[in-house]
Design a binder for this molecule. Sequence first.
Ligand SMILES: O=C1O[C@H](COP(=O)(O)O)[C@@H](O)[C@H](O)[C@H]1O
Length: 264
Amino acid sequence: MSADPVTTVVLPTAEDVSRRAAAALLAEIERVQDEGRTAHVVLTGGTIGIRLLADARRLLATDAASLDPTRLELWWGDERFVPRDSEDRNERQAREALLDHLSIPEANTHHMGSSDEFGTAEEAADAYAALLQSRAPEGEDLPRFDVLLLGMGPDGHTASLFPGTGLVFAEGVTTAVHNSPKPPADRVSLTLTAINAAEEVWIAATGPEKAPMVARALAGAAPDEVPAGAPRGRRATRWYLDSASAGAAAPAGQSVSQDDDDDA
Ligand SMILES: O=C1O[C@H](COP(=O)(O)O)[C@@H](O)[C@H](O)[C@H]1O
């Protein structure tokens, strides 16, 4: 079955993007839980990825949103292979922004391995693949990810799949990453195969420095040149952009929203 077309949501500012994506994420978790299922969400690091978690925390403190933390499982799309308590850890940043403020059972929070837990990024990547499989339906490699969040670097990388490295073609569901052009050098990432198994993939990118790669991603650049252009969710792929990162993008034929309606 082919995925729906890519949807592009363009909002005035990065603050709007963060708030809109946070509200949409909480709404999707609630929808899944209302169906009687446990929601599986894949988190991302990066500026907007962490900011939207802080906005989700603020929304949950109001009556505007609610969720059942016991029926939520959290995963990561990529992680820095450094000590677990390092400020560089996507996990640590996510915990500080949101997770430490929810009563999510520790067994439902699936962090990628750190350098004090594993000798090499390869071992951490293999262990994460095994963990994913242990939570997957019988005979499958991955849980059903309801929403998988991604960011994009100014160089066009997403998760820790960097351009010009061939990592976007990595096999399996996880990969070790070395010599990352953006520090820290050693990382663990989901592969494109794992990313594209998600029901919905949402990519948030804001700021003028991202505009050139957003334009190339949306124009269908080669995956190894602009990895962020490659992900496709099974049901939906949605870009959240501010006007600065959208630049002249939002090409004809794509669904573009510039108003403030919640199209989640
Ligand atoms: O290193 C990383 O960078 C990307 C993008 O980060 P940003 O700060 O430019 O938004 C992020 O998506 C990824 O998770 C992270 O490990």
